[in-house]
Design a protein around this ligand. Structure first.
Ligand code: GRF
Length: 206
């Protein structure tokens, strides 16, 4: 069977560059780095954290991806953020456990190009203060039997942008918030990279 693209076609397509923003250990970032390492059309071009000791910075280093720490106090000034993204020719920003509010200038600059992952089925258990273990505790207290994860575009309101993908998991009566978190994280690792890939190829390759 002939290849679907010739090598000259493949070469003429520019790469899509992702930036990952993360505040913590970055287990999702790790899955994304693994998935796109050696990818033909998409690569991770930059990792940014607001925390100097975030595990995600070391993870980026292992993949030879440039990594920057930009402390929270610097996020108000576009000059501290936009030149770094421009230098790495970033097309899409992926928030993988990033705990700062994305400033308006960035939302404008990357309109419909910023993806976030949320560890519950939005619009439930979202909004201000709903992050990390707070989400899973609230889910447990509400006594629901299904939870999951949501991948969505971000806009001016917390956890309100267009939903791109959701996946569900069952909650057993005996599950603690930690058990629920582990089930949800498993879904995140399974689906996040492929949803990013799908979004990029659909929205940016025309
Ligand atoms: C994930 O549960 C994600 O949904 C949330 O933050 C967590 C990040 O975990 N936004 P990790 O740093 O990728 O392990």
């Amino acid at each position: 069977m002939p290849p679907s693209t010739t090598s000259s076609e493949a070469k003429s397509r520019p790469l899509i560059n992702l930036a990952i923003f993360a505040s913590g250990s970055g287990s999702n970032a790790q899955k994304i780095l693994e998935y796109f390492s050696g990818h033909q059309g998409i690569r991770v071009g930059l990792v940014i954290s607001n925390k100097a000791d975030a595990g995600v910075l070391q993870r980026a280093e292992k993949f030879s991806v440039p990594a920057l720490c930009i402390p929270g106090s610097k996020w108000r000034d576009p000059e501290n953020i936009l030149p770094a993204l421009k230098r790495s020719e970033i097309d899409v920003i992926v928030l993988a456990g990033f705990l700062l509010l994305i400033p308006a200038f960035l939302l404008q600059h990357y309109k419909n190009r910023i993806l976030n992952i949320h560890p519950a089925l939005l619009p439930d258990f979202g909004g201000k203060g709903m992050y990390g273990s707070h989400v899973h505790k609230a889910v447990k207290e509400a006594g629901v039997t299904i939870t999951g994860m949501t991948i969505h575009l971000i806009d001016e309101e917390y956890d309100r942008g267009e939903i791109l993908f959701q996946a569900e998991t069952r909650i057993d009566k005996s599950d603690t918030p930690e058990d629920i978190a582990a089930k949800v994280l498993k879904l995140e690792h399974k689906y996040f990279p492929a949803v990013i890939e799908d979004f990029c190829l659909r929205e940016l390759k025309g």
